[in-house]
Design a protein. Structure first.
Length: 95
């Protein structure tokens, strides 16, 4: 209901304005305290249940997976670079 009152005040200010431009500034300090994070949402809203938490084992597995993805990416880029150099007949330095 407080939001409706605030919107009605804004609407009244807009109706009372006579100029072609209107600058409206609002501030509400308690709005930051009322924001909710996803971790505080009930399980029925997120749809993930208990899977939203990541413990020590989960963190280890995630880091391992990130490392493996980085290695695969580097291997693919190296293979692509070597293929491009081979197509151009670039000397490798060996005799």
């Amino acid at each position: 209901e407080a939001e409706l009152d605030a919107l009605l005040l804004v609407q009244a200010a807009l109706d009372a304005s006579e100029g072609p431009h209107l600058l409206l500034y609002t501030s509400r300090s308690e709005a930051r305290q009322q924001r909710r994070s996803l971790s505080e949402a009930p399980e029925s809203l997120t749809g993930f249940g208990a899977y939203t938490e990541c413990g020590q084992l989960c963190q280890t597995q995630v880091r391992w997976l990130e490392g493996m993805l980085a290695v695969v990416f580097l291997a693919l880029t190296t293979a692509a670079g070597m293929t491009c150099l081979n197509v151009l007949n670039t000397p490798t330095g060996g005799r």
